[in-house]
Structures are given as structure tokens and as C-alpha cells.
Design a binder for this molecule. Structure first.
Ligand SMILES: NC(=O)c1ccc[n+]([C@@H]2O[C@H](COP(=O)([O-])OP(=O)(O)OC[C@H]3O[C@@H](n4cnc5c(N)ncnc54)[C@H](OP(=O)(O)O)[C@@H]3O)[C@@H](O)[C@H]2O)c1
Length: 242
């Protein structure tokens, strides 16, 4: 049996969950294209010293058409297939303004551009490579915050509207690729100790490594979640309300 080299792209891989994914995919033997947004953060460089042959660090601003196109062309110059795309990069924006405050629509638009459209932009650029692979898997790191059915917060307009749009992007894309063996899987990663607030949030429930470990297990058995509509599950496999 010849085992084909597996390829994965992870966006927002500087730190937090994206970095944990990049590291864990490398340990599993994948070739990893890690989207770097903040080159001043050095964790990816250190990882590259450990895996010089299988880690490609690529400049990738998922909010920028040109940046995404360039990254897509670069990846396509290395491989003609991408087994897994992990759309992870996101920003949170304001979490305090309610409907009674003066909302900052430019900021909300920016959050929607990064967190909502970022994954769609990258998927759009990489879909030919994904559909050319064996696995054909698109993983979106969504959030319970993107659920309309279980919405309890009274603020967080940008982030929650953006994540709801990630869920819709998943459904539309799945409709298009399902017949050809493609699959979109949306995750709520748990409450993760990460850098969303600008510094490491140690109050959260689990580390990025723990979340990524859980999600890697679910990715390994992704076919169990395949169907005409995408699955939306948390890091322990519990279904989330859309
Ligand atoms: N933490 C949680 O409890 C939680 C819960 C539910 C869902 N999530 C989701 O989990 C995913 C990972 O987040 P995290 O918790 O690991 O937070 P994080 O540490 O802030 O990671 C997000 C990553 O996205 C990057 N990024 C920001 N803007 C970008 C852009 N324009 N282009 C490309 N990358 C960009 C960030 O880079 P910089 O650090 O350089 O800004 C960072 O590396 C996100 O989709 C988030 O919404 C997290």
C-alpha cells in the first residue's frame, strides 16, 4: 500500500488554536501550509526549525483578496491537492455595545470581513486543490456564538453575525460539493485559552492544544459526520444548534 502524502492548510496559525493545529498536523506527518498574519510572533519560526521540510509558513491576511490569491497561487505551486483546509483565523471585535449604544459599523464590517468572509475567501481560492484531493475536507472553526438557535448574548454583534455567516457559508458550499465527495465540517472548539482578547485568556476552560487534540480526533473520523448538510459540533462531538 502506498500512503500518499497528506496536505493541510491552516489559517491564523501564528498562535492559539491555529498554531496548535499546525503543530499537531506536523506531528501526524502532514505537509502544513500555515497562514501567518503576525510575523512578529515567533512560534511558527521555531516550529519550522523542527519541521523544515514539511512546514510552509505563508503570509496570509484572510481579509484581503490579493493576499489570499497570492497564498493560493503559492500553495498551488507546491501541490496540486489539499486534503484539508482549516479556516481558523478570526477576530472578535467589540463585545459590549448593545442595541442601545451607538454601534461602530466600520468595526462590525471589519469583523465580518475577517471572521465571516475570511474563510469563504480562502475556500474560494483553494477549492480546486481541495476537490483534487482524496479527503476533500473543509473545516471551519465556527463558534457556539454563531448559533442563532441558542443565542443568549445581548452584545457581540460583529463576531456573532460573522460566525452565523460562517455557518451559512458551510451549508451553501456543502450543497455544491457533496455529490463530488466533498465535506464541510463546522466546529465550536470549546472555550479556549487563546489570544482573542489580545493576550492569553487563562480564564477559559481548555488549552488550545487540548481543543486541537479533540478536534483532530473528530477530523480523523470526519466521514461519520458526512451528509448532505454539514455537521456543526463542539470539540467533544456534541451537536450544536444552527
Ligand atoms: N477562544 C475561544 O474560546 C473560542 C471559542 C469559539 C470559537 N473560537 C474560534 O477559534 C478560532 C481560533 O481562535 P483562537 O481562540 O485561537 O484565538 P486567537 O489566538 O486570537 O487566534 C486567531 C488567529 O487568527 C489570526 N488572525 C487575525 N486576523 C487575521 C487575518 N486578517 N488574517 C489571518 N489571520 C488572522 C490571529 O492572528 P493575531 O494573533 O496575530 O491577531 C490568530 O493567530 C477562531 O475562529 C475563533 O473565532 C474560539
Amino acid at each position: 500500500v502506498i500512503i500518499l502524502q497528506q496536505y493541510v492548510c491552516v489559517t491564523g496559525a501564528d498562535r492559539g488554536l491555529g498554531f496548535a493545529f499546525a503543530k499537531q498536523f506536523l506531528h501526524k506527518g502532514y505537509v502544513v501550509f500555515a497562514g501567518q498574519y503576525m510575523s512578529s510572533w515567533k512560534e511558527l519560526e521555531a516550529l519550522h526549525e523542527e519541521f523544515p521540510d514539511r512546514l510552509y509558513i505563508i503570509d496570509l491576511d484572510i481579509s484581503n483578496d490579493e493576499s489570499v490569491k497570492k497564498a493560493g497561487q503559492y500553495i498551488a505551486s507546491i501541490t496540486d491537492r489539499l486534503d484539508i483546509l482549516v479556516n481558523n483565523g478570526a477576530i472578535i471585535g467589540d463585545t459590549t455595545a448593545t442595541i442601545f449604544d451607538e454601534l461602530d459599523f466600520n468595526q462590525i464590517l471589519n469583523v465580518i470581513n475577517v471572521t465571516g468572509l475570511g474563510g469563504l475567501r480562502v475556500t474560494n481560492a483553494l477549492i480546486p486543490l481541495v476537490m483534487n484531493s482524496e479527503t476533500k475536507l473543509i473545516v471551519n472553526i465556527s463558534s457556539e456564538a454563531g448559533s442563532i438557535g441558542q443565542c443568549t448574548r445581548k452584545a457581540w454583534y460583529g463576531y456573532m453575525m460573522a460566525k452565523a455567516s460562517v455557518n451559512m457559508h458551510a451549508a451553501i458550499t456543502q450543497n455544491m460539493i457533496y455529490d463530488d465527495g466533498g465535506q464541510v465540517l463546522n466546529f465550536h472548539p470549546g472555550w479556549v485559552k487563546s489570544y482573542m482578547s489580545g493576550q492569553l485568556n487563562t480564564n477559559a476552560a481548555i488549552t488550545a492544544d487540548e481543543s486541537a487534540e479533540n478536534l483532530m480526533e473528530l477530523i480523523a473520523k470526519h466521514k461519520e459526520y458526512a451528509g448532505p448538510t454539514p455537521a456543526f459540533i463542539d470539540n467533544l462531538g456534541n451537536p450544536q444548534l444552527w
